[in-house]
Design a protein around this ligand. Sequence first.
Ligand code: FAD
Length: 480
Amino acid sequence: MINKKAKIAIVGGGVAGSSIALYLGQLGLNVTLFEKEPSLVCGPPFCHLHAGGNLYREISDKQCITLLKQSIDFLRFYPFVVDYRPTIIVLPTSDSGTPDALLPRLELLKGEYEAFITADPNNKVLGESADYYTLYNREQIELLKQQPVVSKPQTCDEWMIPVAKNIDLDKVQFPLIMVQEYGLNLFRLAAGASLALEQLDSVILRTKTIVSNIQEECNADGWRVTYIKGNQTHQENFDYLINAAGFRTGKIDDMLGAPCKRMVEFKAAYVSKWEKYDDTLFPEIIFHGERGTPQGMGQFTPYPGGYFQLHGMTKEITLYEDGLVSNTALSCQPQLGQNFIEKIEKSWTQEETNQRTKSAIKHISQFIPDFSHAQVGAKPLFGAQQIPGDDPTLRVAEVSFPVKRYARCEIVKVSSVIDMIDAIVGQLIELGYLTRPVQRQRDFSNMKSLKESDIKQYAQSLSKARDYPLSLANRNMDTP
Ligand SMILES: Cc1cc2nc3c(=O)[nH]c(=O)nc-3n(C[C@H](O)[C@H](O)[C@H](O)COP(=O)(O)OP(=O)(O)OC[C@H]3O[C@@H](n4cnc5c(N)ncnc54)[C@H](O)[C@@H]3O)c2cc1C
């Protein structure tokens, strides 16, 4: 049973806000989603489904298992967002770690994945559990190096061929590890979520609308939301408030006087074009390294058409001096420097785009020498994100309920949204807006009914409107 009169306000139409709006809207609840930008999911980027957290050696096994579980749930909820290509984990010879040190965790994750499949066969979304990871020694890589590249790779070996042909085998430790961590396409998520939300009568979508103030109603049984659209200021009352304002979550906390502790981090990834490989499908490749040092992890993420998104976990590439800030006793909103806010709200200079993208290309070229011929492909993908608490290595976080009738979403990885939704639904049941437990529903009909051609077209129109190449809206698996 659903209380159709109860009104729910969601501030922020990123992955968190759009996903909860979709879920509650499909249950028939009366939802209003406020987003200050013209389209949904236009905050910080994402390209990797952390199905096991193998990019983060520093986090606990527990966080890795949660990331694996949440990624399976996410993939089942948003199947059209996932780009099915594996990730290769490479340890450079310069790294103090060894591939062997990673194996116990990979074995643990393989066992956990097997258990998830046993619990529900529909969880088998990352292939066979026995193939969760595969090791390649130098002899195998030398043999694959002699093989012709396959236009549509199907097997692990076929995915590995372009890697074998291009990485400097003397600079890496063996074995190389292939793991079934796939890619994510943010433009397709924005497109699919927008199309599905537009079909829901129970959801009011207010884009280009800024929530400027929120006050508790006098009788403390709801919230008075003030918002600005165009030049007009409006007020509306709601029973329940969901704060999904991303790195600006603290501003809403300040309006409510909610207790808080959080950080905000600005990061950027760079878009390069490697003409020579405009029709070769690569897996994602991770070159491990210590975060924040000149040898910080390098991440090479393929898109069709020879575009590669690059991260380098050094201060000259992805991370920034003063890019990580905490809130103070005076405000729940951590204050990023004006240079970061200008990047987010206005634009980058061509000079900084060129400089940082070229540094990223150089970083990756240490291990893929021919990649030094790559060029700047587009403006960076960037943004600031929230991290609840005071541990900057935290990778799993969902939602908290610091004040009655108030949910504060603070995801760090996009796959956490399904657990976030479950927790909010639990609260709505407690408050009586849903009068009996709702079985988690993953296969909503209106998501299923979305047409691939509509998602593709919408995703491409968003990448164009945001000034990115059309290729970034496409998945490698869709390459003709
Ligand atoms: C460089 C980089 C790479 C990343 N890569 C990955 C990855 O590969 N995989 C992964 O899982 N995660 C990745 N992340 C993290 C991921 O991007 C974030 O976890 C996720 O996007 C956060 O989504 P959100 O909905 O919480 O916030 P946001 O996407 O920031 O959404 C918040 C929204 O609220 C709106 N808003 C704020 N205040 C108001 C207001 N007052 N009124 C109206 N609207 C408002 C904003 O305009 C915004 O659209 C990456 C982050 C960065 C910075």
